[in-house]
Write a protein that binds this ligand. Structure first.
Ligand SMILES: Cc1cc2nc3c(=O)[nH]c(=O)nc-3n(C[C@H](O)[C@H](O)[C@H](O)COP(=O)(O)OP(=O)(O)OC[C@H]3O[C@@H](n4cnc5c(N)ncnc54)[C@H](O)[C@@H]3O)c2cc1C
Length: 471
């Protein structure tokens, strides 16, 4: 009888589910059998993508993690098609794509230079320095350069503080003085290398896209929230899913691995797998690697993942008369705001609350304010409500609040990140059959996690099937 190889996957977030799906697809394309089992510690699939739907107040939908994804890689669409929910994709509303930075008031920012010029975000001097960017000397890419230093060098101090830092907050909840320019925003660094300038690089990119008939990437989500995708991927029966099953230890055992698990009820057991893909958050992955790939674990422990609190508040629309149109606002650090940013959920995706309500989501915490996660719920709401009052007219309190604290929040691709990835990979190379999908190593976004999971799932499936053929 032919041997059916077995792959274990730790974690039922988008990275783990994408890995499971691509492994299953690889086996199907090769017409070979592959046993795939995904272990999820928690009660639901999706990891940080948790979408909570409520019927009260005319109905509303709270996203506690990602509220959408930028469609810059076809991977999420492909997964949606495989799971049969492509028709549930929704685009952020065109009219409300305006974004703001809070810097002594709300400043509208957009890709058009005139919007920025009119916003008053930068002084005339700062603006003039910004537009001289194409004439600034290009330097070789330096993995030791922080995003802050890179931005100051290319765009000037003001733009670095008032424009780049809030934008980095929006992606990483991070500190530009710690984030790496080459790892955290590789396309900016690439523009400097290839075009000698960010502005020239951006223009060249849009010319190429236009000539290839590509439109700028859209901001997409799913009608019933981001968790729709993980739920649909897990429900297809293409692989086994074991919920409430936390992997506590991975033991190498000659040519296979013993995945030791436990449940909240105290049950324990061990599954034997030929290959294992770890798709948990970086701190858990670090712990699991300690016994089976100590060098990789030693390297990965330096990937910082500061926590983030997400606070959703539902208001009566009449209490927010004159509320700014748009997608959301990011705060410039040091302006007396504790909130990092606020997403105007209802305006970006209209279906997220009823017509007479407005759903706002505030993010707090991150690298520069780790203590925010320790505020109790009332204090978090008080802080967010007070900050909101600085830039919007609010006539009444919220009718509903939801709070999630992600203690292993957003991975920071800091200076030295490329070296960290190299050391993790060198450590893993000593342990054949063991891979990491994502854990924040390859980017902070939902789409990065999906891509990393998909690629590693296919690679591991091929290796598992090849090994079984040679048995
Ligand atoms: C507040 C917030 C807002 C965000 N907003 C956006 C956004 O708007 N757009 C965007 O693109 N990205 C956003 N992100 C980032 C995005 O959520 C992540 O990139 C993505 O969800 C990571 O997916 P993942 O599968 O790698 O990890 P996770 O989603 O963290 O999944 C890891 C899974 O592993 C499980 N697990 C952990 N330990 C074990 C164990 N021992 N055994 C078994 N299972 C285990 C966990 O329970 C979890 O289900 C946001 C993140 C946060 C925190």
């Amino acid at each position: 009888m032919s041997y059916t190889p077995r792959i274990g996957i730790v974690g039922g977030g988008i990275a783990g589910l994408a890995a499971a799906w691509s492994a299953a697809e690889t086996a199907r394309e090769r017409a070979q059998n592959l046993d795939i089992v995904l272990f999820e510690a928690g009660p639901t699939l999706g990891g940080k993508a948790q979408s909570l739907k409520f019927a009260e107040h005319g109905g509303y939908l709270v996203e506690t993690g990602p509220n959408g994804f930028v469609d810059r890689d076809p991977i999420v669409r492909r997964l949606a098609a495989l799971a049969g929910i492509e028709d549930q994709l929704v685009e952020a509303q065109a009219a409300d794509k305006r974004r703001y930075i809070y810097s002594s008031g709300l400043r509208e920012v957009g890709p058009h230079p005139l919007t920025l010029a009119r916003s008053g975000l930068l002084s005339v001097r700062g603006l003039l320095r910004l537009i001289t960017e194409p004439w600034q000397r290009a330097m070789p890419a330096d993995p030791k350069e922080s995003l802050h230093d890179f931005a100051v060098r290319r765009l000037g101090h003001e733009a670095a503080e008032r424009l780049v830092a809030p934008m980095a907050t929006g992606v990483y909840a991070g500190d530009t003085r710690g984030l790496s320019a080459t790892a955290a925003f590789p396309s900016l660094s690439r523009f400097e290398q290839e075009h000698g300038s960010l502005l020239r690089g951006l223009r060249a990119q849009s010319r190429t896209d236009r000539s290839q008939g590509k439109s700028p990437p859209l901001l997409l989500s799913f009608r019933n929230g981001m968790q729709s995708l993980p739920n649909a991927l897990g429900a297809t029966g293409r692989f086994s899913v074991r919920m409430h099953c936390a992997i506590d230890e991975i033991r190498p055992d000659r040519h296979c691995y013993q995945a030791c698990w436990s449940t909240p009820e105290g049950d324990q057991g061990t599954d034997t797998v030929d290959r294992i893909i770890i798709a948990s958050e970086a701190p858990v992955t670090t712990r699991l690697l300690a016994t089976c790939a100590p060098q990789a674990s030693d390297a990965l422990k330096h990937l910082s993942c500061p926590g983030v609190a997400s606070l959703s508040l539902l208001f009566r629309r009449s209490d927010l008369a004159g509320f700014p149109k748009g997608f959301g606002v990011l705060m410039r650090h040091g302006q007396g705001q504790r909130v990092l940013g606020c997403l105007f959920e209802t305006q970006a995706f209209a279906h997220r609350s009823a017509k007479d309500t407005v759903l706002l989501r505030f993010l707090l915490g991150g690298s520069l304010d780790k203590e925010a996660l320790d505020l109790d719920d009332d204090e978090l709401e008080r802080v967010a409500f007070a900050d909101l009052g600085r830039w919007a007219q609010v006539a009444g309190p919220p009718t509903v609040r939801h709070i999630s604290r992600w203690r292993q929040g957003i991975p920071q691709l800091e200076v030295g990140h490329e070296d960290l990835v190299h050391r993790v990979n060198a450590g893993l190379a000593r342990t054949p059959g063991l891979s990491i999908a994502n854990s924040g190593l390859f980017g902070p976004a939902f789409i990065d996690a999906a891509r990393a999971g998909w690629d590693v799932g296919a690679k591991e499936a091929v290796l598992a099937l090849q090994a079984s053929n040679s048995r």
